[in-house]
Design a protein around this ligand. Structure first.
Ligand code: HSE
Length: 435
């Protein structure tokens, strides 16, 4: 049986999961492809003996030695972060190796450079594991949806943030405690602010948008707001309004411009994305031919992410075997078709809003706030004010009808400057329909 030789850079959670999936599923994959995937070498910055059943696999520390191994067909980068990952990937490509990576941060910032180098060297770059862990969303975007104009993408793309929000919703657990649990479970990034501040989600949205629309997208194109300011009280009030709070990546295609935003969102309880709990991920895509589709799966973790990495390895192995490298363009559009497109300014957004005002308790407070909102054409759908303690801060919580983001920004600046408000207003956008 034909053998395809694989080298892995980084034998941490995902690296060891990838090796385990290759080992455990070797026979099944051979029956499916007629190929045997062989883990030949591991590159680790600190040499070590690998655990059984990989103890005989040589561990080396030099990327040059790794790349000079002429047997090696596919190099799998699983160290994450920018450097040395970028250097290692470019060296592997220059040496004529196909590359598989799970590194969303790297691709969202240096994707164009990497894909250009790969096209010149006529090698493939697989990156299924970079978005949504084990969910095959990249494959769906590249192949399953090839006959569709993508109209919108809405996703829960960070397991850590979803785990935190789910635990806060279901158990009333405090933010910091749940973040620690997610870190202990191995879901969180090396720097967990990437998870909670929406940066990791934005990295993944950049990749999906590039593929969906055939456009160049930069991280700085994405409006990014995280979940660190969400308090248990917002979760309870959201529930009272019939919603769940989720960290969503949202992009809607308006033809000559597209939205790119990541922020906490009130999702109606009966929306499919409201039911995605724990560390699970899900992407809701609307294609003009297929309509709505929902992809759901484990967004992080050793074996699910290993499953996605090995799917890429197998795709490339099959293409090597059949002599059809880059049969499907890596970014779903031909490189020369990937162009520029405008990003919709956030100020153009219209949606309903959730506001939590921190106010001193007293007569006329509510009418002052609603007066300012009215002057900015912001109409209130419902209000909750619970508890009173003279002279103390009390929350006033509102759910509005659809309003303009630009007007909301102006109104909140006015309200937050008043003596009756004691802290900046918490503002969370509300999802309606596909908005
Ligand atoms: N830190 C990421 C998450 C890992 O929590 O989803 C998968 O990309």
């Amino acid at each position: 049986m034909k053998k395809i030789y694989v080298g892995i850079i980084g034998f941490g959670t995902v690296g060891s999961g990838t090796a385990q999936v290759m080992y455990d599923q070797m026979d099944r994959m051979a029956r499916r492809s007629g190929l045997q995937l062989v883990l030949k070498t591991v590159l680790e910055q600190h040499p070590q003996t690998l655990p059984e059943p990989f103890a005989d696999i040589p561990v080396i520390t030099s990327i040059d030695e790794f790349c000079q191994d002429s047997d090696l067909d596919i190099v799998v980068e699983l160290i994450g972060g920018m450097e040395p990952a970028l250097t290692f990937v470019l060296k592997a490509i220059a040496a004529g190796k196909h590359v598989v990576t799970a590194n969303k941060a790297l691709l969202s910032e240096h994707g164009m450079e990497i894909f250009q180098a790969a096209a010149q060297a006529n090698v493939e770059v697989g990156f299924e594991a970079s978005v949504g862990g084990g969910m095959p969303v990249i494959k769906a975007m590249k192949e399953g949806l090839v006959a569709n104009r993508i109209d919108s993408i809405m996703g829960i793309l960070n397991g850590t943030a979803n785990y935190i929000l789910s635990k806060m919703t279901n158990d009333g657990a405090p933010f910091a405690e749940v973040l620690k649990e997610a870190q202990d479970l191995g879901f969180a990034e090396a720097d967990p602010t990437y998870d909670v501040e929406g940066i990791d989600t934005a990295h993944k949205l950049v990749i999906l948008m590039t593929m969906a629309y055939g456009m160049k997208v930069k991280l700085s194109d994405v409006t990014i707001e995280g979940i660190s300011k969400i308090e248990p009280t917002d979760i309870s009030f959201a529930k009272a309004f019939g919603h769940r709070i989720k960290l969503l990546a949202i992009s809607r295609n308006h033809g000559d411009h597209v939205e790119a935003r990541v922020h906490p969102t009130l999702v109606p309880e009966d929306h499919l994305l409201a039911s995605i709990g724990g560390p699970m991920n899900s992407v809701h895509i609307h294609g003009d031919m297929v309509g709505d589709i929902l992809i759901y799966g484990a967004g992080a973790g050793k074996m699910p992410t290993g499953s996605a990495v090995v799917a890429d390895i197998m795709d490339i192995a099959r293409n090597i075997d059949r002599g059809c490298i880059n049969r499907v363009p890596a970014l779903s559009y031909l490189p020369e078709e990937i162009g520029e497109r405008a990003i919709t300014p956030l100020s153009h957004l219209r949606c309903p809003y959730y506001f939590r005002f921190s106010t001193v308790d007293g007569p006329g407070v509510l009418s002052t706030i609603s007066g300012i909102l009215g002057q900015h054409n912001i109409s209130i759908e419902s209000v909750i004010q619970k508890g009173r303690e003279a002279g103390k801060t009390v929350p006033i919580v509102m759910h509005t009808y659809e309003a303009s983001e630009a007007e909301v920004v102006l109104a909140l600046a006015e309200i937050d400057a008043l003596d009756i408000t004691t802290a900046d207003t918490v503002k969370i956008r509300v999802l309606t329909g596909d908005k």
